[in-house]
Ligand binder design. Sequence first.
Ligand SMILES: [Zn+2]
Length: 380
Amino acid sequence: MQPRRRTTTAATILRSVLDNGPVARSTIARLTGLSAAAVTKQYAELADLGLLREVEEARVPRVTVGRPHVPVDIDVERYAVCGVHIALTHTTLSVVDLRGRVLHQDREPHPGRSPEAVFQGILCLLPDFLRDHLGDRSPLGIGLATGGWVDPERGVIVRHSQLGWRDVQAREALRQFGLPVHVESHSRALARAEQLFGDQRSRNSMVHLFVGNVVDAAIATAGTVHHGPRSASGDVAHLRLEGSSVECPCGRRGCFQATVSDRAVAERAAREGVIAEPSLPLLLDRARAGDGRAKGLLRERARHVGRAVGLLLDVINPDVLVLTEAGVVHLPECLDVVRAQVGDRAGSVVPTSFGRDVLSVAAGSVVLDAIYGSPLDRCA
Ligand SMILES: [Zn+2]
């Protein structure tokens, strides 16, 4: 088989097992349209690599040579990936299995704001973190995800406005572990995670909107996440929102990020005496405890987010718009407020599939996307 065709066949089989496993080889052949011989051959190679395995306990009687009816599944015991998500104030380190499930995560405050300080902190923590939490699994790579403008080809964080970072050589900074390092924007990583492990409608076309301290988006069509020239796509921070007069550092008023970011909402809540210090988790706690003013601020944010969601739905017309926003994740009424802004498109707006694990899944998926895209090229 030609190398490219072999890679495509391997990726097709791996994805089929991800979706359907445990599944018999004969069923994979039927589902993918590949020949039984091709499936058997590629299964053997993927099993040798430690990505697939037979499921012993569910074995059914052997009926033909090659045991095509023994179910096979993703081997989640042998390997895992390491995730590093860099947020405004902290880094989240994680171990994620090959099904995108978070096995462990730790949140560490940044020791300083400069790229040097943040990466030095990561380099100090990572060896112990991996030793303590990988268990018997071997790491297949490190995935780094963050907000803002990220160029995965060069492995560079081109611009992270709130951190004040420009052209940070992120891949290079994590090279010393001897593992493949993949770098991507958290919004695009979550779009891929949704396609691989989440809402299957996202495989046709989707917009992923991330609203945290950074506000950014990702667009995917026909199963492919759009990057555009220099991977600059997805910048919606300065989208102009009707009904907002909040000042933005860019000099204009009513920009999306300046209006709805975690920090903007938490600072307003602290200013208005709803919470003692500007912290979004604190505001969420108050809202969940039934505090009407806390809920009101989160509902107002949801209204603004809903307007932006409406614009994105109009322009891009995706099958589904996936929203990662703390209010929507933790308070169902915030999702209702967002949906109320988009009329008959409400059914296409869904919260992220990954709940509280979303930052770890983002980072881990940067590596997992590479593995599922090209499984035979994973580090041998
Ligand atoms: Zn602006």
